[in-house]
Design a binder for this molecule. Structure first.
Ligand SMILES: [Zn+2]
Length: 539
């Protein structure tokens, strides 16, 4: 108990010290947030703040403190163009993502590095300081690069040593909010190795009422979101507390998150019950509370005919709060069929002995599921299709699929694994070991299909001229585009792949400008199908 208190004091001290630093905002225009820290996204917790840029790009991005550039990234997805600044004095790193461009000297340097190594995507860390920045200095231009869904700045603060993210609101007392979170639904589960949805009610409906459930071991989840002044968006809550008979049985407070915990999002929330912004208020054998829960795991034990008072409180960062109070009683015991349930603490092997084997690591699943599967009928170009669990199941650790390729199978190198999650297709390329095709790190359950990609990527139409840029539209229906190269009069030219828009973008360099040139574009998908386009064009 003592050490926990001490840790909390240390954390608070750390925040107090940082707050005393009084950081500059990363923008120099009016604040309107589009996303807050730790809000629940489909496959991750949001690790920073999203600052709205008024639907514009190329706005000035500002260094929040003195420091030096520790990393620069240019990627077709994720953070797109991003810059990381170390602030050794303060002990943290600030991160700025979805940018269009860096400060001119940095932009020049990274361009040289890309040309020297012929790299369209790059991720460079600086062991020694090369570019220094001053607090308040203009360091980059905002954009919409990577998997951004509209122009904005994604901003993070990370512990310099551990890379754990810290809630940036701790640094910015000038960001105010007076609107309390809204408490929408209370969701009930029977929890016994696996959590089974029982029922859900609106918070208003059950306030001061008695809820009767056929379970003696109950877990709660809460559908709740926050609103903030000056923003139309919906945000995540900051803290949650559950009391039973006035004793606190569960709490979290979202001050700091580790990137290794991103895989717990589907265990901390529930994407399978048709409600948004669901926060589970309990955890099970193989999942864990992300923050500072008291020792209890949030599961409410209740005897038949017993009646217990429950109070749920949700908070936003600024202390605005909403709560609901109700009573729970249990009728009789819920008896799910758990004869086939696994123990999630143990490694699991699932195989039919002839076509496949799954290896699920110990603590790779949050709950003690029954590993039922069905083999699906195959469509054309499909070799194997299985339904295992479902896409809302949390993959705490990646699992491995070994597929025993039938001897007569042709074109094995053109096979890939496809899985669908939230209507998005995820592709995995396996590797062959004797006659076994291995996919070592799968990250979602549901329908998994091993299929052929025989289609070449497409280069659609003629490139468009967009101011200083030449834009090619490309498409690959199956395994997805992996490599792309542009040559102008035989010389390599740097491209930026805007994956979400299927655009390959060439910023015309002065050497090519105004000239009639021969352009060659080569595009390759994940299984090695290639396409190229040659054209004469006036740049
Ligand atoms: Zn963001």
């Amino acid at each position: 108990m003592k050490s926990k208190n001490l840790l909390l004091i240390c954390l608070n001290l750390a925040f107090a010290l940082i707050r005393a630093q009084n950081l500059t905002l990363p923008i120099d225009f009016p604040i309107s947030l589009a996303g807050n820290y730790a809000e629940l996204r489909k496959n991750h917790f949001h690790m920073g703040l999203d600052f709205r840029t008024d639907n514009k790009e190329n706005l000035r991005i500002i260094a929040v403190e003195d420091g030096y550039i520790s990393r620069m990234v240019i990627a077709p997805n994720g953070y797109g163009k991003a810059i990381y600044i170390h602030h050794p004095q303060q002990g943290f790193t600030s991160v700025y993502a979805h940018l269009n461009a860096f400060r001119p000297d940095m932009e020049w340097w990274i361009n040289q590095a890309q040309y020297a190594r012929q790299l369209n995507a790059i991720d460079t860390s600086f062991a020694q300081a090369k570019f220094f920045v001053k607090k308040g200095e203009h360091i980059a231009f905002s954009g919409n690069t990577g998997s951004s869904e509209g122009p904005h700045l994604h901003f993070e603060i990370r512990n310099l040593q551990t890379e754990k993210t810290i809630n940036p609101l701790h640094f910015y007392p000038q960001i105010k909010d007076t609107i309390a979170p809204s408490l929408n639904k209370i969701i009930f589960y029977h929890v016994d190795g696996e959590s089974i949805f029982i029922d859900k009610f609106s918070a208003k409906e059950i306030s001061q009422q008695t809820v009767e459930l056929n379970s003696s071991s109950i877990g709660l989840a809460i559908s709740t979101f926050d609103k903030m002044n000056q923003s139309p968006n919906v945000f995540g809550i900051y803290a949650l507390r559950v009391y039973v008979e006035n004793e606190r049985i569960y709490q979290f407070k979202l001050d700091s998150l580790d990137f290794n915990w991103q895989s717990h999002i589907r265990a901390a929330s529930d994407y399978g019950i048709g409600e948004n912004n669901v926060y589970k208020a309990f955890y099970e054998s193989c999942s864990f509370n992300l923050t500072d829960s008291v020792s209890a795991n949030g599961i409410i034990h209740i005897l038949p005919k017993e009646k217990k008072q429950v109070r749920i409180e949700v908070y936003d960062f600024h202390g605005n709060t909403s709560s609901v109070e109700f009573f729970l009683t249990s009728t009789n015991e819920f008896k799910p069929n758990q004869s086939k349930a696994i123990d999630c603490r143990q490694e699991q092997i699932l195989t039919d002995q002839k076509s496949f084997q799954f290896l699920i690591p110990a603590n790779g699943l949050a709950e003690n599921y029954a590993l039922n599967y069905t083999l699906e009928k195959l469509a054309s170009y499909e070799l194997f299709k299985i339904n295992l669990l479902n896409p809302s199941v949390a993959v705490l650790m990646p699992f491995k699929l070994s597929y025993f390729v039938p001897p007569s199978t042709k074109d094995i190198h053109k096979l890939y694994l496809e899985s669908k999650i939230d209507n998005k297709v995820k592709c995995y390329k396996g590797f062959l070991q004797q006659n076994i095709l291995i996919f070592p790190k799968l990250k979602n359950y549901g329908t998994l299909t091993i299929r052929y990609d025989h289609a070449n990527p497409e280069v659609i139409g003629l490139p468009l001229r967009r101011q200083l840029y030449l834009v090619f539209t490309v498409k690959d229906k199956e395994s997805g585009i992996e490599d792309y190269q542009l040559y102008i009069n035989g010389k390599w030219r740097k491209l930026y792949f805007d994956e979400k828009n299927n655009e390959l973008i060439y910023k015309i360099i002065s050497e090519d400008k105004g000239k009639k040139v021969k352009a060659l574009l080569e595009v390759t998908d994940r299984v090695g199908n290639k396409n190229s386009k040659t054209l004469e064009i006036l740049l």
